[in-house]
Write a protein that binds this ligand. Sequence first.
Ligand code: ADP
Length: 354
Amino acid sequence: LKFSEEQAKRKMLYNQIQEAKGNIRVFCRCRPLRKEEISAGYPMVTDFDAAKDGELGVFAGGSTKKIFKFDRVYTPKDDQVDVFADASPMVVSVLDGYNVCIFAYGQTGTGKTFTMEGSEQNRGVNYRTLKQLFKIAEERKDTFTYSISVSVLEVYNEQIRDLLATSPTSKKLEIRQASEGVHHVPGIVEAKVENIKEVWSVLQAGSNARAVGSNNVNEHSSRSHCMLCIMVSTKNLMNGECTKSKLWLVDLAGSERLAKTEVQGDRLKEAQNINRSLSALGDVISALASKSCHIPFRNSKLTHLLQDSLGGDSKTLMFVQISPSEQDLGETLSSLNFATRVRGVELGPARKQI
Ligand code: ADP
């Protein structure tokens, strides 16, 4: 088979699978208990007996066990390789012209950054994605030329910051829609990357920039969304056709609600902005899944930025990250309910249009 025919076949297969299952996948990942939690004797509330079937059990007080169903459930023993193996087909589809969005949602400390960024010894989805894209681009080089560039942004208090900008700018970054309908942020750095070595240094630069100007890096990271955008331009060498696609990889701000006593001043503003953008994300996905005629993308910078990669024939993958510990039970249930809404809404009753 000629390569273009093969690609057309693959696209058709994707579309069939998508039609059957919808284009939203939810993977649930649970971190291991921490040493302190073990020594403090906190019991685990999670049950992975049916994890292989995508079921997670949660002991929600007394002998009640709630069952949640997802497309995948990872136990604390599953590693970065296991997780990426499942995410990889979706990631690769960006080379077939699809827009894709992958995001990690959950309470601070549940492993969002571990899943997306990982560490040098234990690399996460971001790095593995780019590595995979280069590998496949190399395999297809007789038929396609790919050009890959990367932007790294942060959204904090509804303001966009370019983490690859070399000099600080006071200019407010705004989202614009180009004539062909594509959303972009004029003026941001789009770093062209040719190989995986270059990628690592770009990702490091983004990570380092995140720390600048904040007294407590971890706290700041937990209150902002970190967004990596991979832009792929494809030229089909057989017919000269050019296409563009976009893959967003997002480490969201922590979803935890604050104690009432804590909520004042700057913290109140931060909390409101996080809350607003995370609910906007939930609303957008719900509206998409229920095929509402108005999708409220513009209710937050986060959803506005992601607009091209949510909906239409784009693919969405959500990692809902949870803690196994009893002391986090309230937040765990709240994250699992959010994820269930994201995953299950298309099966639910018609929703009111927003
Ligand atoms: P978040 O980004 O959600 O705030 P982190 O990714 O910073 O959480 O994770 C908190 C801590 O838990 C880190 O020390 C991280 O290395 C560890 N951790 C999270 N998930 C896992 C996992 N699946 N396996 C091993 N360690 C993990």
